[in-house]
Design a binder for this molecule. Structure first.
Ligand SMILES: [Zn+2]
Ligand SMILES: [Zn+2]
Length: 414
């Protein structure tokens, strides 16, 4: 059930400053299963009490047990030239390393092995750390950032695309690893739905209630705590210096965006994949790869086109428009700009799809001179551009979009 912040005395607790639009409102008291939204910008501000932390830890343990299976067992198998070849997550990454492209391999590894492992270890660290009085603040701060970078859902689509691409050359079978990987992804989705980091902050570092006037309420840009800073100007909860906006937000966002625009040129002009078929070398750029895919399977070609060309290009255009609108103090279309900001935040990760497909294809199709699939130089530029656009959105403080409406009259209405 969805409810927004209701302004009647018995249904709210303390004042809270919205982390997305900077307006102050009363935080509603929520029942289990309810979600609170900011009355001004409709940002999700709180979830009602849901799963206990012990339950979350059990889920994390289960994920930790499944991880080695999902990473090492074959996801798909093919029969090619009388041989059975299998592709696993780890084999795809190792193939990239063997071909000398360690940075691209590290990027793929980061999204499908590094960050999921960090997530479950962080949760287990919190469980152990609370008993021994360890400092949990850095882990809680990191937990909030990790979610953006875990790309199991995208990797599943990658497996499907790779399977359809390979189907032309060989007979295809599902591997045992696929069962482990799909189970792992489902557990991960369950964990993300029920993991409420704000509640964990309340549990480990409860803050005293303060009677404050609305203009006195400050919001921490890192842990999202609303209240007063301590004597040293730090957030009382996460101990990072409190500032009204993310420091150097525009500069960092511009730097990442401009770098990604530069990198998108070689990413699209250079070959991203090279296929050797009976000694003949065929190079494919992102676009020509999609064109050849379209001749066999149009829906999959549309998916790859959306992830590899439409999403990165539209994301760059939207970010440019948002940044320029902040500089020109534009007051029009605030609602549209907020929606665009949330949309680019959500879709940005999907561009990694092409790199996942390449890593799977490399471990599947590697039969030396007869048939081989390798990665082209564009893969590194493309992966870097995707990472930089994700960072650009991450660093852009959405409250800057509202600052042109600082008179307080602006209201985000549906
Ligand atoms: Zn808001
Ligand atoms: Zn804080």
């Amino acid at each position: 059930m969805k409810i927004t912040a209701i302004r009647t005395p018995e249904t709210y607790t303390d004042l809270q400053r919205c982390v997305e639009c900077d307006h102050v409102f009363h935080r509603p008291l929520l029942r289990p299963g309810e979600t609170g939204y900011c009355p001004y910008c409709r940002a999700k501000i709180a979830k009602g009490r849901d799963w206990s932390f012990a339950k979350i830890c059990c889920l994390a343990c289960l994920m930790l047990c499944l991880m080695p299976l999902a990473w090492t067992l074959p996801l798909i198998q093919i029969r090619l030239l009388g041989m059975t070849i299998s592709a696993s997550m780890l084999a795809g990454v190792m193939q990239m390393v063997q071909q000398g492209d360690i940075i691209t391999a590290a990027m793929v590894c980061f999204c499908i092995i590094g960050t999921p492992l960090a997530l479950v270890i962080s949760i287990l660290y919190l469980f152990v750390g609370q008993r021994f009085g360890m400092n949990l603040r850095p882990v809680l701060l990191a937990l909030d950032k990790l979610k953006e970078w875990i790309m199991f859902d995208i990797y599943i689509i990658g497996v499907i695309v790779a399977a359809i691409k390979v189907k032309d050359y060989a007979d295809l079978f599902a591997g045992y690893g696929l069962v482990a990987f799909v189970s792992l992804t489902l557990l991960y989705i369950l964990l993300i739905i029920h993991l409420d980091i704000e509640r964990l902050w309340h549990k480990f570092y409860p803050q005293p209630r303060q009677a404050l006037a609305p203009e006195e309420v400050q919001c921490c840009a890192y842990c999202h705590h609303s209240g007063l800073s301590d004597q040293r100007g730090r957030c009382p909860r996460c101990h990072i210096k409190m500032s009204p906006r993310i420091p150097h937000s525009l500069q960092k966002s511009w730097a990442a965006l401009i770098s990604s625009i530069i990198l998108l040129f070689p990413a699209n002009l250079l070959p991203i994949s090279i296929i050797y078929l009976n000694g003949a070398r065929q190079e494919d750029t992102i676009f020509s790869g999609i064109v050849s895919l379209a001749s066999g399977n149009i829906p999959i070609a549309v998916v790859v086109f959306t992830a590899s060309i439409l999403v990165p290009v539209s994301k760059v255009i939207v970010l440019l428009a948002l940044l320029i609108s902040i500089h020109t103090k534009c007051e029009q279309g605030l609602k549209t700009r907020i929606r665009l900001f949330r949309a680019v935040k959500w879709i940005g990760r999907w561009s990694m799809l092409d790199l996942f497909v390449i890593s799977l294809m490399m471990s599947l199709v590697d039969r030396d001179q007869l048939l081989a699939f390798t990665m082209g130089p564009a893969a590194l530029y493309f992966g870097s551009a995707v990472f930089l656009t994700i960072l650009s959105v991450e660093w852009l403080d959405s409250r800057l979009l509202w600052d042109a409406h600082a008179t307080g009259n602006a209201e985000y209405t549906d």
